[in-house]
Design a protein around this ligand. Structure first.
Ligand code: PLP
Length: 473
């Protein structure tokens, strides 16, 4: 370890001295005196730490001002930034799920800019209900009598349970006690909603008689949870929504379904596997159905609850509704996206997530082939690039076993043997994440795959590749 330079402490400039440096003027103009002072303190504290740890440090005033400029740049940079999602998972929860249509973005901006009729009835001039913005459309599209909207589907499930089954029992099949990514676990959600979970059946098989035996004087609701992110195969049995609804109604109990993704249209029209819709669920007798706004629907994060008017009225009266209501920007975007469902023939044109999900493998492969030379050029000397077939996923737990044929640019380390490949791949992935617009791929079979299914801004993607060759050299 190096010793502190003699006189190192004395050589540290003061905050004042830094602020007086000619180069600091421009920083003050750009960032303001408060931020520049704070950044200077940061930089000087770091220098003192280095001296204390006996690391040799250069402390010219110019170096310090440079460090202050870097500190300010990092301080002021936005933390939430766009990325290229080349993971192959279209509705990627960690990358923000559904991309919104431009019209929805415009509606958000318009609503955000000023006052709106969020809770104001323009006909009567009286106070209105924010749910009314989307309720009529949602009912028309799903066949429900009434609807209410909350912050996300997890909140929707909590609101249903807490409103209808607080301090009461709800039987749920052991095969449906799901965990959805990010700490949504049915047993935990139930207990936090004040509901006593009565587990029925087994992991692989649950029969109607299991539910029937669990119904007692304290039962408030029967519930089915769509096992959206996994599938049980083999010797299995589950009770249909229709049969469970009939059982519930024979005991004068309501039946609720947590549908998860809840496609608002028949996905097979876009070449996708069938995903159960709220319309089907309600038609099969469910009294309430909950689903997400930002999964297959392709809208903003929201929890949608549709069904019987008297039950929705009880949900709206629960004080919890006020705590988990969604904001005006969400409602603006949801209103726009639901509007596109009134014209389902044009959905793939208007709703980006549906457009991306329904892309054909040939088209994606052609795009990958078109991009390959530019990517190969940027990676020259470090990685070889080829176009490969791969599988994309819908994501967000929808249709877990069905993968979508796609194509990717596969980056393999330009090394003779196996040795060191993992390290090179990790470094490549890091370099891609460090681009101005970070590129997120996935590592598979000793290769870094960039699945181009979700790559719409090709020009922007290619334009920043030169940063990669600079970083690699
Ligand atoms: C995704 C999902 C949820 C959680 O929905 P969020 O909108 O992410 O809160 C709940 N239940 C099921 C079955 C799901 O698939």
């Amino acid at each position: 370890m190096k010793q502190p330079l003699p006189g190192a402490w004395a050589a540290i400039p003061s905050v004042d001295a830094l602020l007086r440096a000619p180069a600091a003027d421009a920083l003050v103009t750009q960032y303001g005196i408060t931020a520049v002072t704070a950044a200077s303190r940061d930089v000087l504290a770091k220098i003192r730490r280095s001296i204390r740890e006996a690391k040799a440090v250069e402390i010219s005033k110019e170096d310090c001002v440079d460090a202050v400029a870097k500190n300010l740049e990092a301080r002021m940079a936005p933390r939430l930034v766009p990325v290229f999602n080349l993971t192959g998972t279209v509705l990627h929860t960690n990358l923000g799920r559904a991309p919104l249509p431009q019209a929805a973005i415009d509606a958000i901006a318009l609503t955000a800019r000023g006052a709106s009729n969020l809770e104001f009835d323009l006909k009567t001039g009286r106070r209105g209900d924010r749910d009314a913005i989307v309720e009529e459309r949602l009912c028309r599209l799903t066949g429900g009598e009434a609807a209410t909207i909350v912050n996300n589907n997890a909140a929707a499930v909590m609101l249903v349970l807490n409103s209808l089954a607080n301090r009461k029992e709800v039987p749920v099949s052991r095969g449906e006690l799901v965990e959805i990514g990010g700490a949504f676990r049915i047993p935990d959600i139930m207990s936090r909603s004040g509901t006593k979970l009565i587990e029925v059946g087994t992991t692989n098989r649950t029969h109607l008689k299991d539910y029937a035996e669990a119904v007692g004087p304290r039962t408030a609701l029967l519930m089915k949870v769509h096992t959206s992110n996994y599938e049980i195969q083999g010797f299995t049995a589950e009770v249909s929504e229709r049969a469970l609804a009939d059982l519930a109604h024979s005991h004068e109990l309501p039946m609720a379904v947590d549908l998860g993704s809840g496609a608002l249209t028949d996905m097979t029209a876009f070449g996708l596997p069938h995903e159960r819709t709220p319309m089907e669920t309600l038609a099969d007798g469910a009294d309430l159905v909950t689903f997400s706004g930002d999964k297959l629907l392709g809208g903003p994060q929201a929890g949608l609850i549709v069904g019987r008017a008297d039950l929705i009225a009880r949900l709206k009266k629960n004080p919890l509704k006020r705590a988990i209501r969604c904001d005006k920007m969400t409602l603006a975007a949801l209103d726009t996206v639901l509007g596109f469902y009134e014209n389902p023939e044009r959905l793939a044109e208007e709703v980006p997530s549906i457009r991306l999900l329904s892309r054909k493998a040939d088209d994606i492969r052609a795009q990958a082939t078109r991009l390959a030379p530019a990517v190969a050029n940027a990676c020259a000397g470090h990685a070889m690039v080829e176009v490969v077939d791969c599988m994309s996923q819908i994501g967000s737990g929808a249709l877990p076993v069905e993968a979508l044929p796609s194509a990717a640019l596969a980056l393999s380390p330009d090394l003779p043997g196996k040795k060191g490949r993992g390290r090179v791949l990790k470094r490549l992935a890091t370099q891609l994440r460090n681009l101005s617009v970070p590129v997120i791929g996935r590592i598979e079979d000793d290769r870094l795959l960039l699945d181009v299914r979700c790559l719409e801004d090709e020009e922007g993607f290619v334009a920043q590749l030169s940063q990669l060759s600079n970083a690699a050299s």
